[in-house]
Design a protein around this ligand. Structure first.
Ligand code: C2E
Ligand code: CA
Ligand code: CA
Length: 578
């Protein structure tokens, strides 16, 4: 509807005729909200209200004012340049309407004088029936009548929404198709009514296991679908989360369903796909992939799951297994702390790096390479990292109290560092254990300087105030920008072992090591060379700068207790480097 422009003369009487004869309730409101005119249709529409009987009322102090942002919308129309009218839906109970709450559609048409909006027409229609019908249609189209869950149409719609979201924010969601095994048998043996009740109960159970953000839908007879939107960046993380969800469903299905006094237990098969599957992914394509996976799972004989991409499934289920075992390992005390010495050019021991190991009940001693990357996919790394840090502090207290001060380097994973509670946790730990924070070096990696640098800088500052020092681990493998190193409270660079080991023979690596040494000298940083295994490697470094060495040439990582015992017997503290 275009804005109404008031003129004197003929159009005035035309307007009056129109206003009084249109069958739609209409009001003319001035800028202060006073009703200047109302038409006969309005009087019969709004039959008995006191406001109406008074002859005039103010829209801003009427029943309208309390309804949502109606008043604000109207003010916007008055403030605007009057270029367009507004439609507004409002739920109100008009005075005296025995039917109670009604949905009114209010069209606000600005009336212009020059460029100013001087008054506004309100055209008011009762659209309650229409809305009820709309909702009914919507329910029929998008919801399953038996279970009340979203149906296939709504699931396709949601997948479509997620696909466009995932184009903007690159990460992965997962879709799980859940198909009840041997459902036909139940239906045939007990009849459709029991079958239906069963599906309703399964739907309820699935829904109760999911988060609010997840969509649970009934796709067809005995098939449900679950869309898991992810906050995670990587395919591995969402795959693992999916397996956790499936495990939760399996556990829950172990509880029998009860119908007419009889108990029944079911299993289900699960087909999983991640989305998006490429740039051109579409909702039906997602469903087709999940369905392919489901067929493979079914072929395995019920109770199984399959990923559309089998590689994803294999690595996810391995990771999942390791994650579960690692959680148990933490509470069973299977983790161990090893120490590896760091020495100066004179081969005097100056400090040690703390390295975690897992004493697995059947697999023996497991190296961090096969569980730290998995722990890093979830917050489990925080638990592992905290456990190691606590042991490190205990060692500092133990050796400190013996008069044998020790400097320890502890690895801190980016996820652990980024955790909101990391700084307060460290503060509390140092206070609780009484460890000398100035003997503690945190090894962080360059990836921490990507992303929220401001936050990283702030946290590093807070930790530095506690006395803690920072070392950049695997220096040279990441995004090595000197710009950030200058800005940050960094004490030490660790040259990655790949460069150290090849430096004597590879001109490129030699040049890189020399550059790092030059930078470190310029910025007055300590340098630790990792992975020194041979004399030529040690010589290469010693001939160029004052470097701390860490490597098999000087000592392998050894169990902390053994190491500390030996060292106590030797009876001298390490040389605490400035
Ligand atoms: P990293 O921080 O680069 O640790 C140095 C790794 O090099 C250690 O492997 C160490 O045993 C190994 N290494 C030391 N000297 C030599 C040598 O002369 N030759 C060779 N070939 N290797 C040497 P490790 O203990 O297997 O640890 C692997 C990685 O696991 C570590 O790499 C670190 O990134 C991670 N990690 C270990 N413990 C922890 C921990 O407590 N927390 C976290 N977040 N990560 C840890
Ligand atoms: Ca390290
Ligand atoms: Ca390293």
């Amino acid at each position: 509807m275009i804005p109404f422009v008031s003129h004197a003369g003929n159009s005035g009487s035309l307007f009056r005729a129109l206003f009084s004869q249109i069958p739609v309730a209409a009001l003319l409101i001035d800028h202060s909200g006073v009703v200047v005119k109302k038409n006969p249709a309005f009087n019969s529409f709004w039959s008995t209200g006191p406001e109406i009987r008074d002859g005039s009322f103010n829209i801003y102090s009427s029943v309208f004012s309390g309804a949502g942002d109606f008043a604000e919308t109207l003010r916007t129309v008055f403030r605007g340049k009057g270029q367009s009218s507004r439609e507004y839906q409002i739920d109100l109970s008009p005075y005296g309407d025995p039917r109670g709450l009604r949905t009114l559609s209010v069209t606000m048409v600005p009336v212009l004088s020059g460029h100013r909006v001087t008054s506004v027409f309100l055209l008011i229609e009762d659209v309650t029936e229409q809305r009820v019908a709309d909702e009914k249609i919507h329910r029929l189209v998008f919801y399953d009548t038996l279970t009340g869950l979203p149906n296939r149409n709504l699931m396709l719609d949601r997948i479509g929404q997620r696909l466009s979201y995932l184009q903007r924010y690159p990460r992965n969601d997962a879709l799980i198709l859940v198909n009840i095994d041997r459902f036909r048998v139940i239906n045939d043996a007990r009849g459709n009514q029991v079958g239906d009740a069963f599906l309703v109960a399964i739907g309820k159970r699935l829904l109760s296991l999911m988060r609010e953000a997840d969509t649970v839908a009934r796709m067809n007879a005995d098939e449900f679908a679950i869309l898991l939107p992810s906050d995670e960046a990587s395919a591995e993380e969402i795959s693992m989360k999916t397996l956790i969800v499936i495990e939760r469903i399996r556990e829950s299905l172990k509880n029998p369903f009860e119908f007419e006094g009889e108990m029944a237990i079911v299993t289900a098969s699960y087909g999983i796909t991640l989305l998006p599957g490429g740039k051109e992914d579409a909702p039906v394509a997602v469903l087709r992939r999940a369905d392919t996976a489901l067929h493979r799972a079914k072929a395995a004989g019920g109770g199984h799951y399959a990923f559309f991409d089998p590689d994803m499934g294999n690595s996810a289920s391995e990771s999942y297994q390791v994650e579960r075992e690692l959680r148990r390992a933490l509470s069973n005390g299977e983790l161990r702390v090893f120490l590896q010495p760091q020495v100066n050019a004179q081969r005097e021991f100056v400090s040690a790096e703390v390295l975690v190991r897992w004493q697995h009940p059947t697999r023996g001693l497991v190296f961090p390479g096969s569980f730290i990357p998995i722990a890093e996919q979830t917050d489990l790394i925080i638990d592992v990292g905290e456990w190691v840090m606590e042991r490190a502090c205990e060692i500092l207290v133990d050796t400190g109290s013996m008069g044998l001060p020790l400097r320890l380097s502890v690895n801190v994973s980016p996820r652990q560092f980024r955790n909101r509670l990391f700084v307060p946790w460290m503060r509390e730990l140092i206070a609780r254990t009484g460890a000398d924070a100035s003997c503690l070096t945190l090894e962080i990696t360059e990836s921490l300087f990507m992303g929220d640098l401001e936050n990283t800088v702030m946290k590093m500052g807070q930790l530095t105030e506690l006395g803690v020092r920072f070392s950049v681990d695997d220096f040279g493998t990441g995004y090595s920008s000197l710009a950030y190193i200058k800005q940050l409270p960094i004490h030490e660079l660790k040259i990655d072992k790949a460069f150290v080991q090849d430096a004597p023979n590879d001109a490129n690596d030699a040049a890189l090591v020399e550059t790092i040494l030059a930078v470190a000298a310029l910025l007055n940083l300590r340098v630790v060379a990792e992975g020194v295994e041979s004399e030529p490697q040690a010589d290469f470094l010693n001939s160029r700068a004052d470097v701390t060495h860490q490597g098999y040439l000087f000592g392998r990582p050894e169990p902390a207790e053994k190491w500390i015992d030996q060292w106590k017997r030797a009876g001298s503290g390490c040389i605490l480097t400035p």
